[in-house]
Ligand binder design. Structure first.
Ligand code: ZN
Ligand code: ZN
Ligand code: ZN
Ligand code: ZN
Ligand code: ZN
Ligand code: ZN
Ligand code: ZN
Ligand code: ZN
Length: 876
């Protein structure tokens, strides 16, 4: 760690500023002189294109705040929220700090965009500078201290607390101004981490380039390409040094970009630009050239779009683009470029998918319908097969109209784990053979088809590299002509295959006595064999490499016929040989363009295998955030936990987020939620059912059901029914007997008296619907009044039932309005999808639900869903 280089960190004072006056530095920032004619619409439509609003998210804060947390009390919340208000009050003195570092070459490859690494001591210095600044600020706002004025005292108190708040906070995001003292070039940068070696700074390749630094690359095997310059420190004995100043940049609201080459369609850049800037940049510097990686060529070689940054709002030489809505405007560099671009866009339009000149639009593929289409070399036509019989073998077959061995058939399933459309370097199944007819057979047992919602089927026409790069070569006319194809998906007849195989191998001659020519394999009559063989051996040749094909000697077909010396592939045309070599034996090993894996790939299919399995950039559908996102992880060191859990590294991290269980309000990790809910499910089946009050008019349960599903809540809290005849405490209350009554005689007398009173006198309550109550009977429309004489036999069965003590016979007492209404609702609820349709919930659960929901129907339904076993569940 302390291998202190000669150029340690030392504070840089004003002298450097004197050598490089601000104006000179600014001059080097000015855009290169070019004819920046604002583009005129008269050429035929505006080329300038608004690219929408880019909302930047806080990306880098976590990294350095995590580092801060080890040594300081600063938390990310305070760092991001409070500093913004501090910075908004602009008249305050700004944070100043600068230091000189030697530029290290290690780790720079991994740094994206405008990111730098600084040593931890830089963070300490920044924090102490920030602390001093806070103290100063606090002091400067104070009135002169007046011991007789209480207001000054509170002002001092306030200043003190403000100071405490601010002293260890750094502005967010931290941005820096980097100066190369050798040539005066300046660029702004954002910090990635404070993890560089002491005395060193690590700069992203972009920053190095913009500053004109040539850093010795020790780790890469490819030799550094150095522009020959005798004065330059090309030996790398002395690492170049730069000066780093802290510099708060204004939030940008607008940036104008000018493409350096013609032919970009702004429609294509929008997403690219937004994503690239958001992921990689904290700042933009006027006059710098951004290289935005665009589409990929074969083997993951990235194409680049290069843009000149030409002007901001607010007008400065650098802006911060984090946490701001940035409007991006793309304008042609000059009129000529604009015209050329429009021409290319127009050309592209005539060859757009779905047009006569372009590739087919693709779309749904159907088991019953053959698809005809065309494809331009280098392009894909994407189909989707959504329905097929998953119990049968599926066959996809691609055939061209004539000699079409340059078309390929690519297939990938669409499932939670595979989301990408099949591409040359990203697919699950492919037929690259040099034969005109391409066929992929998928058995129903194929694991890749498990859980597949659909199959992506793509037709690709191979384009030799020279076609892709050539300008307007004459040969291109034919090379880029659309290829016609026929694509079909079907379930092959199971007998068919064996039939055709048998037909080929059959040893039985078509005619009695025929023999087979050893040269060409034809069946010929025995008597003409000599004649045939004479002719055959002179004119025909059986491929000596053993593929079984017979050719006419010296025919072009035989001359073009090839066998790969490295494997078993063969074909009949030199383009197909070229294609085979390009796919399987590329001149250089391939690297994945999407991730930082150290693995290299010998062929495109090997790369495709990586891209659809371990590549961190592989897209999948996250079960927690329900978005299609990269799976992440380290491709060279698989995560054991991820492998065991069957989750992707993204899901492991995402699933560690917590949420509140909607049933029990416990805080549960997302990835544990499934198990947690399963436990709730098990609870539902084992939960003891509520016991309704024996009084048929009553909506209460003996043990009182609670909102969180406890069917014994009241009893648990010592508020049980207080009797053993099955009445709730409310219904039992008036019947309570204080005397010793072991056989329940006194109780029975009271019940009898209660019935009589209800039947003869009535309860007089307007809502009563008790059929054993005079008032209730009137409401229910039952015939006339009941006298004591008629009443006694009516009551008798219930009193006898009471003696039996099994609780089977009901009781009938008038209750309060709410209790009665709950009971009525419960009966209705239990009848919904009732016993006949084997759905819904039992009456006891409905009574409990309404009790827990305080008579509210929707709440009761929810309670049932959360806590009660449905009738159908119970039968399992
Ligand atoms: Zn023959
Ligand atoms: Zn052969
Ligand atoms: Zn080969
Ligand atoms: Zn990868
Ligand atoms: Zn997720
Ligand atoms: Zn829960
Ligand atoms: Zn009751
Ligand atoms: Zn009544």
């Amino acid at each position: 760690m302390d291998a202190g280089p000669a150029l340690g960190r030392r504070e840089v004072h004003e002298q450097e500023e004197e050598v490089r006056p601000e104006s000179e530095a600014a001059a080097s920032l000015a855009p290169p002189r070019h004819v920046a004619v604002p583009y005129d619409i008269s050429v035929g439509g505006s080329f300038s294109k608004r690219v929408g609003l880019v909302r930047y998210v806080r990306l880098t804060v976590a990294a350095w705040v995590a580092l801060l947390d080890k040594n300081h009390t600063l938390t990310s919340a305070s760092a991001s929220s409070k500093t913004s208000t501090v910075m908004a009050e602009s008249p305050q003195p700004t944070l100043t700090w600068s230091a000189q570092f030697s530029v290290s070459s290690t780790r720079s490859e991994g740094l994206p965009g405008d990111k730098i690494l600084l040593p931890p001591s830089a963070l300490e210095a920044l924090l102490s500078a920030s602390s001093n600044l806070a103290a100063e600020t606090a002091r400067s706002e104070l009135p002169a201290y007046d011991p007789y004025n209480s207001a000054t005292y509170s002002a001092y108190r306030k200043a003190e607390s403000q100071y405490q708040d601010q002293r260890q906070q750094l502005p967010y995001p931290l941005t820096f101004r980097l100066v190369n003292p050798q040539n005066g070039r300046v660029v702004y940068a954002g910090i990635r981490e404070f993890s560089a070696e002491e005395g060193e700074a690590v700069l992203s390749p972009f920053l190095q380039q913009t500053l004109g630094l040539e850093v010795q690359h020790g780790t890469r095997e490819e030799p550094m390409v150095v522009d020959e310059d005798d004065d330059g420190p090309t030996n790398g004995v002395h690492a170049p040094t730069i000066t780093v100043h802290i510099k708060q940049l204004p939030k940008g609201t607008f940036v104008k970009l000018r493409p350096l080459e013609a032919g970009y369609d702004p429609e294509d850049w929008k997403a690219l630009l937004e994503q690239h800037l958001r992921q990689n940049y904290t700042t933009l510097t006027n006059g710098e050239v951004l290289a935005i990686p665009g589409g990929r060529g074969i083997g993951g070689k990235k194409k680049e779009f290069r843009f000149l940054v030409d002007g901001f709002k607010p007008e400065t030489d650098g802006i911060c683009i984090v946490d701001t809505d940035l409007e991006v405007d793309i304008e042609a560099l000059n009129e000529e470029q604009a015209r050329e671009t429009l021409k290319q866009i127009a050309e592209k339009m005539t060859r757009a998918p779905g047009t006569d000149q372009g590739s087919s639009a693709g779309g749904e593929l159907d088991i019953f319908k053959v698809q005809q289409g065309q494809v331009i070399p280098g392009e894909y036509v994407d189909y989707q097969l959504s329905a097929w019989d998953k119990g049968q073998t599926l066959e996809l077959e691609l055939s061209g109209e004539e000699d079409t061995d340059d078309m390929d058939l690519l297939v990938s399933p669409l499932s939670a784990t595979q989301r990408a459309k099949p591409r040359l370097d990203e697919h699950k199944f492919a037929d690259f053979d040099g034969r005109p007819r391409k066929r992929i057979r998928l058995q129903p047992t194929n694991v890749e088809l498990e859980n597949a919602e659909a199959l992506y089927v793509s037709v690709y026409a191979f384009a030799p590299v020279n076609v892709q790069t050539n300008g307007n070569a004459d040969g291109q006319e034919n090379e880029s002509r659309p290829r016609q194809f026929t694509l079909r998906a079907r379930h092959p007849n199971p007998d068919e295959e064996t039939d055709s195989a048998a037909a080929q191998n059959t040893e039985a001659p078509p005619n009695e006595g025929d023999v087979r020519c050893k040269n060409c394999g034809q069946w010929v009559p025995q008597r003409t064999l000599m004649l045939h063989e004479n002719f055959c051996l002179r004119n025909n040749v059986l491929c000596p490499k053993g593929c079984g094909q017979v050719f006419q000697k010296r025919s072009p077909a035989f001359e073009q016929h090839w066998h790969c010396p490295h494997d078993t592939a063969y074909g009949d045309s030199s383009p197909s040989h070229q294609k085979h070599d390009a796919l399987y034996h590329p001149p250089d090993v391939l690297r994945c363009s999407e991730c930082a894996t150290q693995e290299t790939f010998a062929s495109i299919p090997a790369l495709a295998q990586h891209r659809t399995t371990t590549c961190p950039a592989k897209l999948f559908l996250c079960r927690f955030c329900h978005l299609v996102v990269p799976q992440e992880g380290d491709p060279d060191g698989p995560n054991a936990e991820a492998m065991l859990s069957g989750m992707t590294p993204h899901e492991l991290a995402d699933g560690a987020r917590t949420t509140e269980c909607h049933l029990c309000n416990k805080i549960v990790r997302l990835r544990d939620m499934e198990t947690h809910l399963k436990n709730h499910d098990l609870d539902r089946y084992s939960r003891p059912p509520p016991i309704p009050c024996r009084n048929v008019n009553c909506g209460r349960t003996l043990d009182v059901c609670s909102k969180n599903g406890d069917t014994r809540a009241g009893t648990r809290m010592g508020q049980g029914s207080g009797n053993d005849i099955g009445l709730c405490s409310v219904c039992y209350g008036p019947l309570y007997v204080s005397m010793y009554d072991p056989e329940g005689k006194a109780l029975r007398r009271r019940i009898e008296r209660r019935y009589l009173q209800q039947l003869v006198t009535g309860c007089g309550k307007g809502w009563c619907r008790d059929e054993f109550c005079k008032t209730g009977r009137k409401t229910l429309g039952l015939e006339g009044s009941v006298g004591t004489k008629e009443a006694l036999p009516m009551i008798k069965p219930f009193l006898e039932g009471l003696t039996k003590g099994d609780g089977a016979t009901p009781l009938h007492f008038c209750v309060d309005e709410k209790s009665q209404k709950q009971r009525t609702l419960a009966v209705m609820l239990a009848a919904e999808d009732g016993p006949m349709v084997k759905g819904g919930y039992g009456l006891e659960w409905c009574i409990g639900a309404l009790e827990a929901a305080n008579g509210e129907l929707d709440g009761a339904r929810q309670w049932l869903k959360n806590w009660a076993p449905a009738r159908a569940d119970k039968k399992r």
